[in-house]
Design a protein around this ligand. Sequence first.
Ligand code: AMP
Length: 633
Amino acid sequence: MTQTYADFHRRSLTERDSFWAEQAKRIDWQTPPQQVCDASRPPFARWFVGGTTNLCHNAVDRHAATRPEDQALIWVSTEVGQEKIYSFAQLQAEVEAMAAILLAQGVGQGDRVLIYMPMVPEAAFAMLACARIGAIHSVVFGGFASVSLASRIDDAAPKLIVSTDAGSRAGKRIAYKPLLDEAIALSAHKPTGVLMVDRGLVPFERVVGRDLDYATLRRQHDSARVPCAWLESNTPSYTLYTSGTTGTPKGVQRDVGGYAVALATSMDWIFGGKAGETYFSTSDIGWVVGHSYIVYGPLIAGMATLMFEGTPVQPDAAVLWSLVEKYRVTVMFSAPTAVRVLKKHDAALLKRHDLSSLRALFLAGEPLDEPTGRWIAEGLGVPIIDNYWQTETGWPLLTVAHHIAGVEAVPTRFGSPGVPMYGYDVKLLDETSGVELSEPNQKGVLVIEHPLPPGALQTVWGDDARFVNTYWKSVPGRNVYSTFDWGLRDAQGYTFILGRTDDVINVAGHRLGTREIEECISGHPAVAEVAVVGVADQLKGQVALAFAVPRETPASPEAALALEGQIMKRVDEQLGAVARPSRVLFVGILPKTRSGKLLRRALQAVAEGRDPGDLTTLDDPGALLQVKTLLHK
Ligand code: AMP
């Protein structure tokens, strides 16, 4: 008998414990949990209390034991022209060797290991090795530069850093080591060791007594056996930094057992992935999608995961599809920006390869506009599944789950990621009154009731107060988790995402805090003040645009251009090219309220050619006029 998805979803909330107890059986436990959910100390939630398990065991060892020769990790780099395939047995051997290296360097349970790596297998080995011994990994996206990296080093206080000589993007080598050395020089915390994976791409200097050579140590620990540490379900497994409204990034902290169960369940019900098949996510290990759906999720499900170092257009715009064909990919995950990049190329490229293995393409990270969605759906001839989530949630919060036995599938609808997933008690609230919006088509803040489901963040690393105050106290009178996204629900129950309620912007699916960029730019000696806003961009969804008040007006257009170049270089060097504004415009004054609050939203509206709305609080109307004139020049 089939039940409606709405009934099924309701049961996941009303019969929460029996629902998740059933899902917990998807993973191996050394000791079974004694309590499914301890929600007695809101807003904190503890899942599968008393149970002991291990993420690496569930992702690697249990498959290596039964299907040692099956493919586990397929690494393809079109940047360096290499491909490598690791079976589950080989992956386990690599992870054990890496774990032995970590242990030999004194890394123990609860110690942090910061991983600053491009898309290479050793990055996944390092993550899994940490999970194996109970060390907490903190992967920092390779696109971040020294200042961003330094603040993460200080927050995570890692004992060891795992890094490499260089990454490569579109054929250009990007040296990592100088950025890392600079970051360590800037940070107050100093790691005791830096484990260097030398790819032979860019020569680098070694710091004697600190830098370690991975290849040498790998040989020493070649056939090391390192058992999995059985960890209580609520032991932290990793932290992953994400941007918020302040300049300091937040370390999203996750557990072990809840995360493993949530991923195992989503791999089946949301993605429909099966052991023995191949999963391909084009994301990067530096982002949450990379954690959940390049490394842990597919492997926990016993699938091979395809890790790709390259761009979607090199050697040509059919490269992703050639990989789908070659490795018989069944489930694929990407971002709308990647599709918009492909859309600039011949649609015939979508048909050049045999895509008969592919069942669906999942897209997330930013709004999926309808034309992009339709273009790729028609080109590939497979369902396109939009899914909405955040670094904090760890797995999709809104989408359409198609693979739940006995439950009606919810049809996809372009423009909306879908409906709340099981386990998430999602509501739309009025921003000022906190009242729930029960009528359709009303715009409100998208929130989640306590307790968050398994897999979601436990807290902000080292700062419970920040977790409580940032996420749970933003809607007046309601102790609910705010997503900081505006949403709207239509009469059929589909939720539409209408943008952020805070100053976070989304560039090509990457979340950036405008404050971090502002802090970097205002550090330039020629800049008195700056405002950074996200403006709509056809390709990247949004791009950062900076409005700077110079200390002295540049003497000529050439001087202004030179200053703009210097500012962009500063952002590149300190934060990384991802954060670089598309333009820096020089203004005499920034739009502010009489109490001195920067009107970023009005600036953004003007920059996008929209009505800036109520400007009664604006101190000097000339400020916006100036911006308008500049933009239309
Ligand atoms: P991140 O934590 O970097 O993954 O960014 C999460 C944010 O990206 C969300 O809060 C949304 O603003 C946006 N986002 C992610 N997925 C979607 C989606 N499918 N549709 C619309 N916005 C999305």
